[in-house]
Structure formats: structure tokens, C-alpha cells
Design a protein around this ligand. Structure first.
Ligand code: DAH
Length: 439
């Protein structure tokens, strides 16, 4: 319509379409037939191009087809682009008119493209939404819940039991002084537990130097040299190296009994405390690992006697294993920090597959923990008057308990960090200790 109108305007005639444009081109004197032909053909091809693209755009099935139509019409080598480019070759008089006609064709095609794009875009969106639809009722895939290590599960169970008896939980460091670990606990300097073989000593510059002096003095003595002895000591062959005080020499604690010392030094009695954590010994085979876990308890009050020790430990073991008639035996033993000392055994049965805890006809005894009445020397070392205060202490290995209660077979696997093992023997973290919450 636009072209017809423009045609009639430019000629002042009523004629329309190709005819009028034809007459227009004849009216030009200077231009050759080629451009006359172009102008004329241009107009026809406008119609054809318009018809072709509008029809194709209207029926384009998808955005990709639409895009190739846009390129075919308006891209650098597109048909409409070519027509616009051809304007240059037209005689100046007709260039403006043809230009307007082409621009309006271009605008029409662009509008059609935009409309189709919006329409097809909405369809594509709809299809994508349909395809990507989420079903929130499906089970969650691949959400992994971590597991609590059986050692820590057992630790929590025992803390729950003693928490219920009014014990307070105290903490202590893994690295402690030899005084806290040995001396205060009445473990004399010659005791085998102090030897390098069993204990990890933590060297500082000073301790290393002192150790070197000591070793040197030792070897000099072996070769017969005598150390000067101004004190008149008879020990001719004994080295007198400068020692690092016991309170400064550091070790990885070999047991959690250090907590007894720290508790007594921190505040006056009475005490009813427990602690749990890592302990270290230079030991490694099928039943020993260099790091393991212990739980320790200390009760100091007036008039505490061995009956309290027996009652407390019996109650605890029966509660922990959930066996009311679990046989519990106290066997005389020796620990430097208790007097008297008792090792505690529980009833068990060994079958081909496992070691079972409980009361059995053909049962055996299984050693489970160390205990005793706190040695007066320990109380004294820690500033507690043994004439006024007495009590008991006991310590237990946690891996062993986890193995017995939950059937995990190999001690070493407790330390290996194998996730499959943890999934099998671990616990859902927020599950409560069974004794308290009746799980
Ligand atoms: N500390 C001992 C150990 O590691 C265990 C122990 C025995 C702790 C007797 C105590 C106790 O408190 O009274 O083998």
C-alpha cells in the first residue's frame, strides 16, 4: 500500500503499482536501461521479498528457524540488505522514494520478526519449564549425613552416665609436663613408663640441650671418667647434668590421669570430676595404637572408701553394657597413684566370631579398667591433706569399650579414617546416648 501511494504521489496520476513506477522510470532522461530495469524490478522484488518473509516468519516453527530468516533477510548478505545496498545505483530522483519503500519493508519485516520472536520465545520457555519441572516429592539424592566415630559415641554415653551422677566434666591438654603426667602421680623417675620407649617427649631447645648433656655425661662415665663431686656424694660414676625441671619438660600425656593433678591443683576439694580425651604411647601393634582415648574419673571427699569405688564402677559397667547382672570382679593390682589398687574384670564369652560381654555358664573374665584409692602421696603432691580427704580414681580405654559394645573388630581401623568403616560403625550425630534417652 505504501508503495502504491508513493507511486501515485510522485506522478500526480491515479495510476498504481508497477505501471506508475514504470512510467516514473521512463520519465528519467539521463539514466540507462539498467537502472530503469533495477528500479522496476526492485519494486516487484520488494513485493515478493515482503510476501516471502512475512509468510515464512508467520509460520516459523521455532527460534532457530526465525534466526535464519532474520539472517536471510537482514543479515550482511540478506536480501533486504542487498536491496538497500542497491539504492546506490538508482537515479537520485527515485532513490529517496525507493529508499522509503525499502525502509518501510525493512521495518515491517523487523516488526514481524520481533513479534514472532516473542511468541516463539514464550513457547520455548514453556517447553523448557515443562521439561525441567521439579518434583519436590521425590526422595533427595546424594545428601550425605556424617557419622559420629564410635569412640566419641562411647565417650558421650559414659559422660551421660556420670553426668547423671553429678560428675563434672573437666578438660586438659594433650601436651603436659612430666610432673603432671608422672611425678605428681607418684610415678618415680626410674619407672619404666617414663622411658623413651613408652613416652613421646616433646623437645624444646632447652630440653634437647639438657638431654644431650645427660647423654654425654653418661658415655663419659662409661669410659671410666669420674665426675667432680663437690657435694661429697658417693656416687662416683653418676652423671650430674643440668636437668630441666620436671614441671617444664613436656610429653604427650601417656594417660588422662593428668586431669586428676590439674583438678586438685586448681581448686580445693571435694572433687567429683571426669575427663576424656586422647592419650599417647610409643606403641604400635594389633592391639596398641600410638594414640588412643581414655576416660578418667576422680572422687575426693571426706570418708570416701572402697565401697564407693566398687559401687560406682559396678553401676557404671552394668549401665554402659545394659546388662543388669553383668559379673564384675575387683582384682588386686598395682598402680603407683593408688593404694590399694584394683583392676576390674567383667564377664564375657569368646566365640569363634566375637567376644561377647555378659553372664554366661562357661564365662571367662575380661580385664576392662584400672582403679584404686588415691595414694596419699598423690594427694600430698597436689596440696590436698590426706588425713582429711580420701577418694578413688579409675581410668578406662574407650576404643576397647567401643569394640566390645558395638562389635567393631580391629583396633587399628579406629584410626584409619576410612569412610566406609565409619558409615558402618559410626552413629548419626544427634542421636542421644541410649541410657539417658531410651533410644
Ligand atoms: N592411668 C592408668 C593407665 O593409663 C589407668 C588408671 C589406673 C587410672 C588406675 C586410674 C587409676 O585413675 O586409679 O593405664
Amino acid at each position: 500500500m505504501a508503495e502504491a501511494k508513493q507511486g501515485s504521489e510522485s506522478h500526480g496520476t491515479e495510476s498504481q503499482g508497477t505501471e506508475s513506477q514504470g512510467s516514473e522510470s521512463h520519465g528519467t532522461a539521463s539514466q540507462g536501461t539498467a537502472s530503469q530495469g533495477t528500479a522496476s524490478q526492485g519494486s516487484e522484488s520488494h513485493q515478493a521479498v515482503r510476501k516471502h518473509f512475512l509468510a515464512e516468519i508467520a509460520t516459523a516453527p521455532d527460534l532457530a528457524t526465525l534466526e535464519s530468516l532474520r539472517v536471510a533477510a537482514l543479515g550482511t548478505s540478506g536480501e533486504i540488505t542487498a536491496l538497500l545496498r542497491g539504492l546506490r545505483d538508482l537515479p537520485r530522483e527515485s532513490r529517496k522514494e525507493a529508499g522509503q519503500a525499502l525502509n518501510s519493508l525493512k521495518g515491517e519485516v523487523e516488526a514481524a520478526l520481533a513479534e514472532a520472536k516473542a511468541r516463539l520465545g514464550a513457547v520455548a520457555n514453556q517447553a523448557a519449564l515443562q521439561a525441567e519441572r521439579l518434583d519436590p516429592t521425590l526422595p533427595v539424592d546424594g545428601l550425605e549425613v556424617g557419622h559420629m566415630h564410635p569412640t566419641y559415641r562411647v565417650m558421650e554415653e559414659i559422660i551421660s552416665i556420670f553426668g547423671g551422677l553429678g560428675f563434672e566434666f573437666v578438660e586438659g591438654p594433650d601436651i603436659d609436663s612430666t610432673w603432671n603426667c608422672f611425678t605428681a602421680l607418684n610415678i618415680p623417675a626410674w619407672h619404666p613408663a617414663r622411658q623413651e620407649m613408652d613416652t613421646f617427649y616433646i623437645g624444646t631447645k632447652e630440653t634437647e640441650e639438657a638431654e644431650a648433656t645427660k647423654q654425654q655425661a653418661k658415655s663419659e662415665n662409661k669410659t671410666g671418667d669420674k665426675t667432680e663431686d663437690k657435694t661429697g656424694n658417693k656416687a662416683d660414676n653418676k652423671a650430674q647434668p643440668k636437668e630441666v625441671p620436671d614441671t617444664e619438660r613436656l610429653v604427650l600425656r601417656t594417660h588422662t590421669s593428668t586431669a586428676q593433678v590439674r583438678t586438685m591443683l586448681a581448686a580445693p576439694p571435694p572433687y567429683r570430676v571426669m575427663t576424656a580425651g586422647r592419650a599417647y604411647r610409643s606403641d604400635s601393634d594389633a592391639t596398641h595404637t600410638p594414640m588412643f582415648h581414655q576416660l578418667e574419673a576422680l572422687v575426693i571427699d571426706r570418708d570416701i572408701h572402697m565401697g564407693h569405688l566398687r559401687g560406682t564402677i559396678e553401676m557404671f559397667l552394668r549401665e554402659f553394657f545394659e546388662i543388669d547382672d553383668l559379673p564384675v570382679r575387683f582384682r588386686a593390682s598395682h598402680f603407683p597413684f593408688t593404694e590399694p589398687s584394683a583392676e576390674v574384670d567383667i564377664g564375657c564369652r569368646r566365640t569363634a566370631e566375637r567376644l561377647e560381654v555378659g553372664r554366661f555358664e562357661d564365662g571367662e573374665w575380661l580385664e576392662i579398667l584400672g582403679s584404686g584409692m588415691t595414694h596419699p602421696a598423690v594427694l600430698q603432691n597436689c596440696g590436698v591433706d590426706p588425713d582429711k580427704w580420701q577418694g578413688f580414681a579409675w581410668g578406662i580405654g574407650l576404643e576397647r569399650l567401643a569394640m566390645l559394645k558395638y562389635g567393631a573388630p580391629d583396633l587399628r581401623s579406629f584410626m584409619e579414617g576410612d569412610l566406609d568403616w565409619l558409615r558402618r560403625y559410626g552413629f548419626v550425630p544427634l542421636a542421644r546416648a541410649s541410657q539417658i534417652w531410651g533410644e
